[in-house]
Every structure is written in structure tokens, then in C-alpha cells.
Design a protein around this ligand. Structure first.
Ligand SMILES: *Cc1c(COP(=O)(O)O)cnc(C)c1O
Length: 460
């Protein structure tokens, strides 16, 4: 007789997880070889705890989203109180509820000038799907229905639905089912370290921006609806574009009457030391999708902030905008977002990242630049990428078989710090409440993981 593991133990959870739970972006064979999932059971501040009692420093804020950190009672209370008052009502049929109204007003105040209208959904992907539909509708109302094409970048991440993955430039995602859909085009990314060759970062930034102009001219400006980009690419490896890039993109979009969409799903809500990445990099977008940090991940919510002229056109057309979700403007998620923003304001978190912890993390990480594996340290505020290379002078990567990023990630887990590997870049985006002492702990665990990795592959 085989003995069953007791319920609600690590062994039981792993086994039931393996049998019944299909994980996103996961190779089941690899997961099984690793002995199954790590089961996270609780968290407080920047610290995760797993079912074995290990305490890990969460250098990723979950998936780039738990901006205020774990364990805030006031967010839980906001959800609880709203559920008792009114757990759900829709925003479709000439009705509204107070939380989405109050949140829309707040978002209009926090976002750049001119973005005064919020359309809600529940994920970043849905926000970007909304943008695809909304932008095409906008140009159709303006009498230019052929202006339908979106331009994005290779290695961009905009989500995982059909339209969001088409907007994105992730090859593996496209290969899954023959994306992108028609009308979604991609140009080179502004990734100087990997693709800049002999050009200076400034010249390369201009070159990457002008790839957008060339694409517009190739397709015909009268067919191009919008350009979309993350102010700083997150899931692609924390790629900070050269300073010349965004001003040139802004000029090109203006010249050809192409809408500019800044995907703020990661950069938004304080990550860069500004409320939005667009403010950090001086971008003036026409549309701004946001999610993740809007509720610090405590509940699902996203919004698209829409510019005045676009909103007036869409909603002044004398016809319905036939798009929306059951949970557009969900009152409980919106109440949590309001509590999350109130907490950020009260604690001065954005200022703290801007003045204190952001510069501190960036300076401490740049000390790692002399490590034998580290080719480049990049980032701003509390988002960073550390690119591991075999040859620093030529910026040459390790062979794929070396899997230096994966090794380093596994060493990070062993050393009880969470950092993700994107190819050979280690990425970090800790909760914004991280203290300087915790940053020291994060950097020292990361350094140990780099040393362990270098030893494994004979580079130390
Ligand atoms: C995570 C992410 C998305 C998708 O958000 P989901 O909530 O996972 O659908 C879109 N854009 C960017 C920049 C992201 O990082």
C-alpha cells in the first residue's frame, strides 16, 4: 500500500500542483526535475516565506507588482469594507460605483498633463487589447479607417492575449500560434549593449528610433495607427534606452500623426522614482496602459489613461464604443488601488525612491561592475538589470549552453534572494518600501550568487 502524504504539507502541495495545476510560461519537465514548485505561504515587507520555513528576500516584488510590499492591513481593510458595502456592480448600463470614479479622478491628477480619462480592465494584457481596439476605432471615427497598424519593438512585452502578444515582440510567444496578427509590425529595440556595435549609445539611440520612421515610411503613414513602447523594457531584460531615443520617437510620432502609447505596466507607480516612467524619461504619450503597481498586486486591476482629444472623439461620436469587461471598474479592486495610492502618498514612497533608495540601489549595484561576470549594470530608481558576459571588452555573451543566467538565478534561490534571469541579464525590481539595510542584504546575496556562478563555470 502506498502511503499518502498528509494534506497541506510541502510534499502534498507539490504533488497536487503537479497533478492538477497548469502553470503559465512553464516547462513541466523542467519543473518536475527541479522537484516541483516552491510553495510560497506568506510574506511581510520585502520577505517571502515558503512552506519549508525559508525566508527569501523578494528582489522582484512578485512579478514587478508588489510596489508597497507585503502585509499592509489597510489594503486588506479597504477590500473587506468595500465587499461589505458593495462587492460588485457593473459600469455598463448608465451606472457607476464610487471607487472607479474616485480612482479615475486620482489617476488624472497623477498622470502627465492631458491624460484625464480612465478605461478599466483587470490585467495589463486586457489594457493593451483595449488600446488596440480603441485606437482603431478612434481613427475610423476620424475618417481614416485604414490607419490600423501598430508598430512595436522586438523583445517588447505587452502581455499574453492575442492582441497583447502581437503587440509584444517575444519570439517564443509568436511561435506558439503564428502571431503576430496582421497589422502588428516590429522594429529593432534600443538595446545598445547587445546590438549597438561600434556606435555610441547616443548614435545608436537615434538609429533605433529612426527604424520606427523607416517602418512608417515603408507602410505609409496613412496606415499607421500607433507606436507602443515600454519607457524602460522590463521583461525584455530591463533595457534603458539611450537618452537620444525617446525624444526622437516623440518627434517621429508627431510628424506622421502616429499615436504614442507608453506601456507603464511596470514603470508606473513609482518604480523609476517618478509616478510614471513617462515623467522620468520626459515622454508625452497619447495613451498609457497601467496595471501591476496600481494595486501593488493585492487585487487584479488595470487601466488605460486616454488623452482628452481621443476620449472626446471616441465618446463624442454619437455611437457606442462596443468594448468592455464584466469587471471594468471593479469596485473592490478600485478601492484597493485608492488605498494603495493613499499609502504611497502618505509614506512619500515615490520621493523616497527618487531621493534615497533608488540612487542607493543603483550605486551599490554599480559596485558589481568590476565582478568578472558583469558586463553592464543598468537601471533607474528601483528597477535594474545586470548583464553577464564572457568578454567585457567586446561585450560578448557566454554560449547558450553555459546558461549563465539560469545558473545565477538558481544560485540566487539557494542564497535566499529572488532575481529573475532574462537570457543572461539578472533583473531586479524590489518593493519600493525596501530599506537601505535591506538593499545591502540584497546586494550581498546577489554578489555571493555571482561568485558561486563564476566558480561553477570556472570564471573565478
Ligand atoms: C506584465 C506586463 C503586461 C501584461 O500584464 P498582465 O497583467 O500580465 O496581463 C503588459 N505590459 C507590460 C510592460 C508588462 O510588464
Amino acid at each position: 500500500m502506498t502511503s499518502q502524504p498528509a494534506r497541506n504539507t510541502t510534499t502534498w502541495w507539490r504533488e497536487a500542483d503537479r497533478r492538477h495545476h497548469l502553470h503559465p510560461f512553464t516547462d513541466a519537465k523542467e519543473l518536475a526535475e527541479a522537484g516541483g514548485s516552491r510553495i510560497i505561504t506568506k510574506a511581510e515587507g520585502v520577505w517571502l516565506e515558503d512552506s519549508e520555513g525559508n525566508r527569501m528576500l523578494d528582489g522582484m516584488a512578485g512579478l514587478w507588482c508588489v510596489n508597497v510590499g507585503y502585509g499592509h492591513k489597510e489594503l486588506a481593510e479597504a477590500a473587506y469594507n468595500q465587499m461589505l458595502e458593495l462587492p460588485y456592480y457593473n459600469t455598463f448600463f448608465k451606472t457607476s460605483t464610487p471607487p472607479p470614479i474616485e480612482l479615475a479622478e486620482k489617476l488624472a491628477e497623477l498622470t502627465p498633463e492631458g491624460l484625464n480619462h480612465a478605461f478599466y480592465a483587470t490585467s495589463g494584457s486586457e489594457a493593451n487589447d483595449t488600446i488596440a481596439r480603441l485606437v482603431r476605432r478612434y481613427w475610423a471615427i476620424k475618417g481614416q479607417p485604414e490607419k490600423r497598424c501598430f508598430i512595436s519593438r522586438d523583445n517588447a512585452y505587452h502581455g499574453s492575449t492575442m492582441a497583447a502578444a502581437s503587440l509584444g515582440g517575444m519570439k517564443a510567444m509568436h511561435e506558439l500560434d503564428g502571431l503576430p496578427l496582421p497589422g502588428f509590425e516590429h522594429v529593432m529595440q534600443p538595446y545598445w549593449y547587445k546590438e549597438g556595435g561600434d556606435l555610441s549609445p547616443e548614435d545608436f539611440g537615434l538609429k533605433a528610433a529612426r527604424a520606427v520612421e523607416e517602418k512608417i515610411l515603408e507602410l505609409g503613414a496613412d496606415t499607421v495607427a500607433a507606436f507602443i513602447g515600454e519607457p524602460i523594457q522590463g521583461a525584455g531584460g530591463v533595457i534603458v534606452p539611450p537618452a537620444s531615443y525617446w525624444p526622437e520617437i516623440q518627434r517621429i510620432c508627431g510628424k506622421y500623426d502616429v499615436l504614442l502609447v507608453a506601456d507603464e505596466v511596470i514603470c508606473g507607480f513609482g518604480r523609476t522614482g517618478h509616478w510614471f516612467g513617462s515623467q522620468c524619461l520626459d515622454i508625452k504619450p497619447d495613451l498609457m496602459p497601467m496595471a501591476k503597481g496600481i494595486t501593488s498586486g493585492y487585487l487584479p486591476l488595470s487601466a488605460v489613461m486616454v488623452g482628452d482629444e481621443i476620449a472626446d472623439t471616441l465618446y463624442g461620436a454619437g455611437a457606442e464604443f462596443s468594448h468592455g469587461f464584466t469587471y471594468s471598474g471593479h469596485p473592490v479592486s478600485c478601492a484597493v488601488a485608492l488605498a494603495n495610492i493613499a499609502l504611497m502618498e502618505r509614506e512619500g514612497l515615490v520621493e523616497k525612491v527618487h531621493e534615497e533608495t533608488g540612487p542607493y540601489l543603483q550605486a551599490r549595484l554599480r559596485e558589481l561592475a568590476s565582478h568578472p561576470l558583469v558586463g553592464e549594470v543598468r537601471g533607474v530608481g528601483l528597477i535594474a538589470g545586470i548583464e553577464l558576459v564572457e568578454d567585457k571588452s567586446t561585450r560578448r555573451s557566454y554560449a547558450a549552453e553555459t546558461a549563465v543566467g539560469v545558473r545565477c538565478r538558481e544560485n540566487c534561490v539557494r542564497n535566499l534572494v529572488i532575481s529573475r534571469a532574462v537570457g543572461d541579464s539578472m533583473v531586479l525590481s524590489p518593493p519600493l518600501i525596501i530599506s537601505k539595510a535591506e538593499i545591502d542584504e540584497l546586494v550581498s546575496r546577489l554578489q555571493k550568487s555571482l561568485d558561486d556562478t563564476a566558480r561553477e563555470i570556472g570564471a573565478l
